[in-house]
Design a protein around this ligand. Structure first.
Ligand code: TRP
Length: 445
C-alpha cells in the first residue's frame, strides 16, 4: 500500500541547519523511497500565528520554498505547495474545530508555555495569547488529515501535535464515519539519531531562541561565524575532551558517517582543540551544503520559478483535497437538499425555455425567409425574401455566431413595437449559447 508522508515548515524565518537536519533532509530522503507519496508544504497560515510582519512572511515563504528545491526536492515526484493555496485546509480546520475538546487544547505545549511564561511574569495567564496560537494544533491536524497522511516527519517538539491529530481524527471517524474510517490515523516520524539539533547555546536550534546556524544565507562566512559561536567547555588544546554530550559533536554527527564520527570522537579524546574541531565541522557541513547553496542563490534570483512550482503543486494537492472535502461535508450533513443533478436539469430546462428561437421557412410565393421570435412566439426580427434557402441559412448562422454585431446591414426588419435593445439581448443570448456549444464540442473532440 502506498504510504503518504507529509510535513510542513512554518514560514517565519530563514531556513537554518535545524530545519534542514530535522525536517527537510529526512523528508526528501523519505520521498525517494519506493511506495511513498510525499506532501511537503509551506505552513504559511501557521506563520501568521507567530509573525505579523507581512514583509517577513513574504520573504520567508520564498526562502523556504527555494531551500526545499535547492536541497534536492523533486517537485515532479512529490506534491509541494503552500498551505494558504489550499482553501480546503481552512474548511477542514473548522470541521475539526467543532469536534476538538477545549480541554485538550489547554494542554498543548505551545499554549502552556505561553501561560507559564505569563504566570512567571505575574501577567494574566492568557496575556498575548491569540486564538490562532490556542488552536494551532487543530490547523496542523487539518494539514495532515486533509491528505490522509500516514507518516509525519517532525521534530520531537511536534509529537504532541501529531497525537492530537490522531485523537481528533479518531473522534471524527467515530462521529461521522458510519463504520468507515474517513481519516487515516497519522504517526509521527522522528529521525532518532539527530531528532533535535542543538543550537549555538545547546538548547534546541530554533528561531525563537536566536541560536541558529544559517543553512544558505550569508554564504560560507556566515556558517563559519555561527559555528565559531557554538558553546563548548573551556578545556585547552591538548587536554582530553569528553565528546559525549558536547553540542559540537551532536552537530558533527548530523552530517557525518559512522567512520567520521568515530574519528572525531577519538581525536577529541586525544586533545583536539575546540577551535580545530570547529573548523572540521565547518568543512564537513560546507561539503554538504555548498553545492546546494548555488542552486538556492539562483532560485532566489528567480521568484517566478518558485511561484510556478508552488502553483503546480497546489493544483495537484487540490485534485485530492477538493473531492475529499466534498465527502467530509456530506458526512457531517452539509448536503444539498436535492440531488444536485436534478437541480441542474431544472435550471437547464428553465434556461432553454427562456431562449429566443430562429425559424427558417418557405412561403407560398416560393421564396425563403427566416424570423427570430421570443420563446413564447412573438416576433423580434423578420427577414426579407431570399431566392435561395441557403442564403437565409447563411444569415441565420451569421447572426447566431456574431450576435447583435451582425445586425448592421442585415436584411431584416424589427417586429412591431420591438426595440433594438430587445433584439440585441436576444441575439447575444443565442450567441452565448452557441459559443458554449462550440466549446463543449471542442472539449469532446
Ligand atoms: N508546526 C510545525 C512546526 O512548527 C509545522 C507544521 C504545520 C507541520 N503543519 C504541519 C508539520 C503538519 C507537520 C505536519 O514545525
Amino acid at each position: 500500500m502506498t504510504q503518504r508522508v507529509l510535513t510542513g515548515i512554518t514560514t517565519t524565518g530563514t531556513p537554518h541547519l535545524g530545519n534542514y537536519v530535522g525536517a527537510i533532509r529526512p523528508a526528501i530522503a523519505a520521498s525517494r523511497e519506493v511506495g511513498v507519496e510525499s506532501f511537503f508544504f509551506l505552513a504559511d497560515y501557521h506563520a501568521l500565528i507567530k509573525c505579523d510582519d507581512p514583509a517577513r512572511i513574504a520573504r520567508s515563504r520564498l526562502e523556504i520554498a527555494a531551500c526545499w528545491v535547492a536541497a534536492g526536492l523533486d517537485t515532479n515526484r512529490v506534491t509541494f505547495y503552500a498551505q494558504s493555496d489550499i482553501p480546503e485546509t481552512t474548511e477542514l480546520n473548522w470541521l475539526l474545530t467543532c469536534v476538538t475538546a477545549k480541554g485538550q487544547m489547554n494542554r498543548a505545549h505551545a499554549y502552556k508555555a505561553s501561560v507559564d511564561a505569563n504566570e512567571a511574569k505575574g501577567e494574566e495567564p492568557d496575556d498575548g495569547v491569540t486564538m490562532g496560537l490556542f488552536c494551532y494544533p487543530i490547523l496542523m491536524a487539518a494539514d495532515i488529515l486533509l491528505f490522509n497522511a500516514h507518516r509525519v516527519p517532525v521534530g520531537r517538539d511536534q509529537v504532541q501535535h501529531i497525537e492530537m491529530a490522531r485523537d481528533v481524527a479518531q473522534r471524527f471517524n467515530h462521529l461521522y464515519g458510519g463504520g468507515k474510517d474517513l481519516f487515516v490515523l497519522p504517526e509521527a516520524e522522528i529521525e532518532e539519531s539527530v531528532a533535535t539539533l542543538p543550537g549555538l547555546d545547546g538548547r534546541k536550534m530554533s528561531k525563537s531562541y536566536d541560536n541558529t546556524v544559517p543553512l544558505f544565507e550569508g554564504g560560507p562566512k556566515a556558517l563559519k561565524d555561527a559555528i565559531a559561536r557554538v558553546v563548548t567547555d573551556s578545556k585547552l588544546p591538548g587536554e582530553p575532551k569528553d565528546p559525549e554530550g558536547a553540542h559540537l559533536v551532536t552537530l558533527f554527527d548530523a552530517f557525518a558517517d559512522a567512520g567520521q564520527r568515530e574519528a572525531f570522537r577519538a581525536d577529541l579524546r586525544g586533545g583536539l582543540a575546540w577551535g580545530e574541531a570547529k573548523q572540521r565541522l565547518v568543512q564537513l557541513i560546507e561539503a554538504h551544503v555548498g553545492p546546494m547553496r548555488e542552486t538556492y542563490a539562483d532560485l532566489m534570483a528567480h521568484p517566478e520559478r518558485i511561484e510556478a512550482v508552488l502553483q503546480a503543486g497546489a493544483d495537484k494537492a487540490r485534485a485530492r483535497a477538493t473531492p475529499f472535502l466534498k465527502e467530509l461535508r456530506q458526512a457531517v450533513g452539509l448536503r444539498r437538499m436535492v440531488a444536485s443533478g436534478a437541480v441542474q436539469a431544472k435550471a437547464d430546462a428553465a434556461e432553454k425555455v427562456a431562449l429566443p428561437v430562429f425559424k427558417q421557412y418557405r412561403e407560398a410565393d416560393g421564396q425563403f425567409y427566416f424570423k427570430l421570435t421570443t420563446a413564447d412566439g412573438s416576433l423580434l426580427l423578420q427577414s426579407q425574401a431570399f431566392a435561395e434557402g441557403r442564403e437565409a441559412g447563411v444569415w441565420v448562422k451569421h447572426l447566431k455566431l456574431d450576435g447583435a454585431a451582425a445586425l448592421d446591414g442585415a436584411p431584416v426588419a424589427f417586429g412591431d413595437g420591438v426595440t433594438p435593445a430587445q433584439v440585441a439581448q436576444a441575439l447575444n443570448d443565442l450567441q452565448a449559447l452557441e459559443a458554449q456549444e462550440q466549446a463543449a464540442k471542442a472539449a469532446k473532440a
